[in-house]
Design a protein around this ligand. Structure first.
Ligand code: NAD
Length: 471
């Protein structure tokens, strides 16, 4: 019998009137039943968070740090269960850069944020005045998450909010709600009732959360079009906003690159989580002089990476998470082929029940082709030939996206010069898609608003309050 999951509101497990089946994208088997929450559930969750804020904001900083450490301990204890569930509903492998890795990230981020602090800054301590800058929690934080790294992204939203004295209502993606439901049940058990609540259901709930007058901040990770809707609905009550949106990260391989040595980094930069990663490498510009060698090295490395059901040992890549994304990747590769694109590897969906699309390398494509211009969010990488570096930089920058970018080569001076000219929130040199809890991360242009992580990331869950007194 499939397991039935429940929402957590005000520390209680809350069932719904109806449930939806969540299926494993690798084989379409039933993973569990997800409650379809309603507007009433959302209202109850926001009311519980609003009520809990009154006392949680007054709890000492040290107690809140302790609570985050207790969350980390719970996550460690339940890693096997949560990782298994994540593999079943998201599709990513248990091993490699998969579910256990994601749970490791959850623990790492939680522990790091537990140790962060927001000390009072003394701005002036003179003969006339003492002026202090304090950081205050905002109130109820609404968190809306996507389906690609559902647990880690939930942790990125929740832990800094809770650490700084806010309370949370999270609405996970309808594609991957189960892991979040279980994780919040566990987290909620070590916190006072109402500090963290979860409501699941259709997209509409996200719209209701982001327009709710009692929500003070929305932290949203997802696509650019939805991010714009969130921003519009948040405007009504002037909510604080952090938006982590889509990317179409360009990487430039310079003529002096040792491509055989760099192939592994290029591969995982692009294909981590079967390409379903916001800050993955999504367009590869390779200099004419090393073009053939780069293609050969990438194809050689890629051909040794096993893809399959994530619960089977040995697989390092899984399926696309859902049918919509699967169809989109097929459509983009077919479009590239119809415009002269050549598939060096892959290019045809794999047979079977699951949403498996093979590792695909497409050459003979240019800017102007959808696979190059749009965020594919799947295991199909366009490799574009260039001969003039200025032109490659211009093409890399000539987009609405600005999440990450990278440059690969040997001469440090040139690498630094190109890195400085690339327009993105993060520019990597000889690597891609590496993030860390102490390093601010966010997109420029339409890839986002604000940053997560680091000091700036935690400050985004607070407002500034000045206390100005005469001496
Ligand atoms: P999506 O925008 O379709 O959905 C994201 C979330 O928004 C879901 O929970 C969904 O239910 C909710 N939602 C849908 N309509 C809404 C509305 N009108 N108001 C409020 N919420 C609404 O994105 P997705 O397909 O789940 O995720 C893939 C996208 O996320 C990709 O573009 C990817 O690049 C991006 N992403 C970005 C980052 C980052 O840190 N920049 C990280 C992961 C994913």
């Amino acid at each position: 019998m499939a397991r039935t999951f429940e929402m957590t509101i005000n520390g209680q497990r809350v069932p719904a009137d109806s449930y939806v089946e969540i299926k494993n994208p690798a084989n379409r088997s039933l993973v569990g039943l997800c409650p379809i929450g309603t507007r009433e559930h959302l209202e109850a969750a926001v009311a519980a968070a609003k009520q809990a804020f009154v006392s949680w904001r007054a709890v000492s900083d040290e107690r809140r740090a302790e609570a985050c450490r207790a969350i980390a301990a719970t996550l460690i204890e339940h890693t096997p269960e949560l990782a298994t569930l994540l593999t079943q509903e998201q599709g990513k492998p248990l091993k490699g850069l998969g579910s256990e890795f994601e749970l490791g990230g959850c623990v790492g981020w939680t522990s790091f944020v537990a140790g962060q602090s927001l000390p009072v800054k003394v701005l002036e301590d003179g003969p006339k005045s003492r002026i202090e800058q304090h950081r205050m929690p905002i109130g109820v934080v609404g968190s809306i998450t996507p389906w690609n790294w559902p647990l880690m992204i939930a942790i990125w939203h929740i832990i800094p909010a809770v650490r700084t004295g806010n309370t949370v209502v999270i609405k996970p993606s309808p594609f991957t709600p189960l892991g979040t439901l279980r994780m919040i049940e566990l987290i909620s058990a070590v916190l006072p009732p109402g500090v963290v609540n979860v409501v699941t259901g259709e997209d509409q709930l996200g719209a209701e959360l982001s327009s709710h007058p009692d929500v003070g901040k929305i932290v949203f990770t997802g696509s650019i079009p939805t991010g714009k809707k969130v921003m519009a609905s948040a405007a009504a009550s002037l909510k604080a906003l952090t938006l982590e949106l889509g990317g179409n990260d360009a990487a430039i391989v310079l003529p002096d690159a040792d491509v055989e040595r760099l192939a592994e980094g290029l591969f995982w930069g692009a294909f981590i989580n079967s390409g379903q990663t916001c800050g993955a490498l999504k367009r590869l510009y390779v200099h004419d002089r090393v073009f053939d060698r780069t293609c050969a090295a990438l194809a050689n490395f890629a051909s040794r990476i096993p893809m399959g059901d994530g619960s089977e040992p040995g697989n390092l890549l899984g399926p696309l998470q859902n049918e919509r994304q699967y169809r989109r990747v097929i459509e983009l590769v077919e479009d590239a082929k119809s415009h002269g694109g050549r598939t060096l590897l892959g290019g045809t969906p794999l047979a079977g029940e699951g949403y498996f699309y093979p590792i695909t390398l497409v050459t003979d494509v240019e800017d102007g082709t959808r696979l190059v211009d749009e965020e594919q969010f799947g295991p199909a990488l366009p490799i574009v030939r260039y001969s003039d570096l200025d032109d490659a930089i211009q093409r890399a920058n000539g987009t609405q996206f600005g999440l990450c970018a990278s440059v690969w080569g040997s001469d440090r001076k040139t690498l630094r010069e190109v890195a400085e000219r690339l327009e993105a929130g993060t520019v990597f040199i000889n690597k891609h898609a590496e993030i860390a809890p102490h390093v601010p991360f966010g997109g420029i242009k339409q890839s986002g608003l604000g940053v997560e992580f680091g000091q700036e990331g935690i400050e985004a869950y607070t407002t500034i309050k000045i206390i100005n007194e005469p001496v």
